[in-house]
Design a protein around this ligand. Structure first.
Ligand SMILES: Cc1cc2nc3c(=O)[nH]c(=O)nc-3n(C[C@H](O)[C@H](O)[C@H](O)COP(=O)(O)OP(=O)(O)OC[C@H]3O[C@@H](n4cnc5c(N)ncnc54)[C@H](O)[C@@H]3O)c2cc1C
Length: 481
């Protein structure tokens, strides 16, 4: 493989990388040679859609997840055609929406890639290089990407769809033995999760989706001991308003509706702080009327995704400092199945939520002593747990990752940190901007690592819409041989 030259090399073959390849070969007018460098044997799964754990469900209905944003029912139709609903009766919520296993969505993504590898409208080649990129240099007009296995693959255009993975373990816990019985650093290590004694007193670090997945799984395995979810701010996903058959009637918010509310009289987007204020008011009014606040949230997420790049840096920073937590807890809701299981356990006193900062954690025999200070309290208390599970989420700060390829992009001068501190700096076309402020026309960054530039690049539909916007530029560059 060393010496192979491709029109486009995509590093990272999760949802973003797989979708980029699929849309490229569908849109290209002439055959392209595309390589995807991804260590996972199955393209499309990435971090979110590879664990077969039954309780890891999509956080929105299957009918809102699709690799084709202009055909939102595509995954749902595939799912029903495969009769996967029969294998997972719990997926169907009482309102008739399917909150499917994330693994099933990964199977769909993988099937779509395989379909396009076998045949595609432009007659392009897609090869999967099962390896990890570790370095990149430029030779003439080509990127040369060094792989862990020793090969080098060359690209006219490089598209980075890799992510740093799990966040680092909080420093206060980093000295704990990773394989000891009192600390589980990887929340997706289902084998170890299943081996936690049923009566154990469990401390979950985090309160968001991964923490909820782990809690729901433990409860399903028959856990009887107490489970405490801890985070500094104590913010957890807001309860999903009751769904009904009309909860998701719109595939997207019409532009006119967004613009009427968010574009000021001078035809510029209002500052996000003001938009947030207005939307919070709207959400309260809806709630008072007994209506769902979800449509309000959908307007906000579409607006953020459409206009973020036009906002002044000071406004972006203000939103990230003051609005993001509020935004995230409303935006990333839990699947109803998970939500109700956790709520039932909370009602019987088995699950509790603690807003506190951990000051110290030390082994105590086979257990763990944790010193913590609860929010708005002065006293430090020490509690003993049998095990702590790290569910602090994904890393978006490139400086914190140990992914050598992502470091190399910066160290070699091809890309730079986004000024917000979140991901890479990219221009509106998705081109990486280097430390000197120059856009690198042959280097594209797509997916969650463009959060600073485009915000909300976590939900699959928002990622895919952005991929589609960047696609013409990738194609233009790839065919300009
Ligand atoms: C637990 C969890 C649940 C989620 N649930 C939902 C949901 O229900 N609905 C939704 O819309 N979104 C959900 N998301 C958001 C999710 O981020 C996106 O939907 C999607 O997974 C992002 O895909 P990605 O390909 O960009 O990143 P990833 O899934 O992180 O994939 C990145 C890929 O890059 C590869 N890689 C990394 N470094 C290298 C390297 N050096 N060389 C080669 N390959 C490399 C990795 O192996 C990985 O496969 C969830 C996310 C998580 C983490």
């Amino acid at each position: 493989m060393t010496g192979s030259v491709h029109d486009v090399v995509i590093v990272g073959g999760g949802l973003t990388g797989a979708a980029t390849a699929i849309h490229l070969v569908r849109e290209a007018k002439t055959p392209l040679s595309i390589a995807i460098v991804e260590p996972n044997e199955q393209l499309g799964r990435g971090l979110a859609y590879g664990n077969p754990e039954a309780d890891h469900r999509l956080n929105g209905p299957g009918s809102r997840h699709s690799i084709y944003p202009d055909c939102l029912s595509h995954f749902h139709d595939w799912y029903m055609a495969q009769a996967l609903d029969k294998q997972d009766p719990e997926a169907c919520d009482s309102s008739g929406y399917h909150f499917t296993r994330r693994y099933d969505f990964g199977t769909y993504l993988n099937a779509e890639v395989r379909k396009h590898v076998a045949q595609n409208p432009s007659g392009s080649d897609i090869v999967h290089i099962v390896d990890r990129a570790i370095d990149v240099v430029k030779k003439g007009s080509l990127f040369q990407i060094a792989l862990e296995g020793g090969d080098i693959v060359s690209a006219r255009v490089l598209a980075v769809a890799a992510t740093p993975g799990l966040a680092n373990i909080p420093p206060v816990l980093s000295a704990l033995p990773k394989n000891g019985s009192a600390f589980l650093p990887d929340p997706w290590d289902t084998d170890r999760l299943r081996r936690i004694p049923k009566s154990a007193d469990v401390l979950i670090l985090g309160m968001a989706q991964t923490a909820s997945d782990v809690t729901a799984s433990l409860l399903k395995y028959g856990h009887t001991g107490p489970i405490t979810l801890l985070s500094r701010r104590g913010k957890r996903p807001r309860r999903r308003p009751p769904l009904n058959a009309n909860s998701y009637v719109r595939d997207s918010v019409p532009d006119a509706e967004k613009h009427a509310q968010f574009i000021g009289p001078d035809l510029t987007v209002k500052p996000p702080s003001r938009i947030l204020q207005e939307l919070r008011r709207e959400a309260h009014i809806r709630a008072d009327r007994g209506e769902s606040w979800v449509p309000t949230m959908e307007k906000l997420s579409e607006l953020i995704s459409d206009h973020w790049h036009t906002l002044p840096m000071a406004e972006k920073m203000r939103f990230l400092r003051h609005g993001k937590t509020w935004y995230d807890v409303h935006r990333f809701r839990l699947p109803p199945q998970i939500e109700s299981r956790i709520e039932a356990a909370q009602a019987r006193g088995q699950v509790s939520f603690l807003s506190a900062t951990i000051l110290d954690a030390k082994p105590n025999g086979s257990r763990l002593n944790v010193s913590l200070r609860e929010r708005a309290k002065r006293d430090v208390t020490t509690r003993t747990f049998d095990i702590s599970v790290n569910c602090t989420g994904l890393e978006d700060r490139l400086g914190q990752t140990n992914n050598p390829f992502l470091h190399a992009l910066i160290a070699r001068g091809f890309a730079a940190h986004h000024p917000t501190g979140s991901g890479f700096d990219v221009d509106i076309c998705g081109n990486a901007i280097d430390a000197k402020g120059h856009a690198n026309q042959a280097l594209f960054i797509v997916g969650p690592l463009t959060y600073g530039a485009f915000a909300d690049q976590q939900g699959s539909i928002f990622i895919l819409r952005r991929v589609l916007r960047v696609l013409p530029e990738i194609l233009r560059k790839a065919v300009a041989r």
